[in-house]
Design a binder for this molecule. Sequence first.
Ligand code: FES
Ligand code: FES
Length: 523
Amino acid sequence: MEFMLNDELVSVGIADAERVGQAETVLAPDTTILKMLRSRGLVGTKEGCASGDCGACTVMLGEAKPDGEVSYRAINACISLAGSLANKHLITVEGLAQKTSDNQQQLHPVQSAMVDCHGSQCGFCTPGFVMSLAAVAKQVCQDNEQPEREDARMKVLDAISGNLCRCTGYRPIVEAGVSVLTSSDTQTAIDGIDDEISSNFLQQRGFASQKGEPADMVNYYRPGSLAELDTLVGRFGNKHIIAGCTDFALQITQRWQTYKALIDVTSVPALLTMTETKGMLHVGAAVTYTDIERQFKNMSPAFVHLLSRLGSRQIRNSGTMGGNIGTASPIADTPPVLLVWDAELVIRSCDPDANIEAPGVESKIALSDFYLDYRQTRLQEHQYISEIRIPRQAINRFHRFYKHSKRMEDDISSVMGAFCFDGNGEQLSHARVAFGGMAATPLRVPVVEALLTSEALSENLVGLACHLLSQTLTPMTDVRASAEFRAEMAAEMLSRALLEYLGQSLPRVDELAIAGSIEVKNA
Ligand code: FES
Ligand code: FES
């Protein structure tokens, strides 16, 4: 496979274990981008946590989308696999500075701003911050925006929400980012960086799927169509399917698992699109959270806000809704939302005995029937999720999503509550109540839903529903929260959702902090 690494064309092969090590250009299928970079001497990209939690390994990835648009995004190199780079453009911190016409190095505007604002002390986190800020600057330029200071600040906070710094403090780093985003000179400086490469490489190569599976990609499969994917899942089963890798890669970096065969589904156009037909929203299983945020901007600000609390920008640029559902984590953030929206999954069943390309058979299952137990689903070995279907009518109903975690950004839920109501004034005709973090699987609470539609909402009914909820759910105690805390938090969430349905306006804690109503103390 070929990809651009800064301004160099790189050609590597992915091989089985026996051939790895015969040449530096032969990589195992489970080689991370970070490992590949550092083995090539590009050590500006750091390893901090190796699990997508600190941002020290942030790099920028450019690619052509199925619609031909070229875009760049920040990703975590420690949990992204080298095989996913085919036909893409990887920019590391070593590739940001540009040569001027008189052969001098000219720092990227973000690098200059970090110097000017004193944004670095020990420097370990700095390349990661620089790459996150460079990615948001690139995005702002691509969108032809010139944000005002407060808007720029929010964009910067979003961009660096997955980057940790232990010694400088965030104020100078935020200031560096804001100064770049609000500067009128930045557009020209950033636009000059990769124009040639974009046009000469990414646009020539086009969307990766059109190229098929390169002959040198042994055991790292990149199917370009549903039919090709069906054949591979029939042959290998679904265990080695990967998309954003934000959860899967932890098996490699934290548990030292090795994989001899992987099926990367991010080149299957049908899995990457969102469409609406006959009142139903179809979300491809490999659509990233970032793309979902854009699509839901007007449909559900509550969902978009929840997504802003899911992982970091780097994680949202890679992670997918299909992955969030398929991993069957009890604390996954999107399943409770999809449960209250009555979503269903499209499952493709593939033929394990087929010798030739064989299209899979499609079936549907309600998400509420999908989970069996902790990390267990109804998915059989040769099946996979291709699509999530959400009734548009459900999205139009009153809904609220609340996430409780120890940290506001880039943290795992201790309790995640989702609520969807409809009715005539105080009499609910439709109620959906779902939680994550309260049992071995994400779940709905039908007994509470039935109570809520049994009579007109009143203070008494809200109290009864909260009491019933705490009697029904049996959460566990772990490092994130005790069982008692979870039960109390779940009841608070239900009560708040009902009060908001009844018209009370209750502020969010982050809004209070922004408005200065509460003091946010530095740790
Ligand atoms: Fe921490 Fe990659 S090393 S996010
Ligand atoms: Fe030392 Fe950020 S400058 S960790």
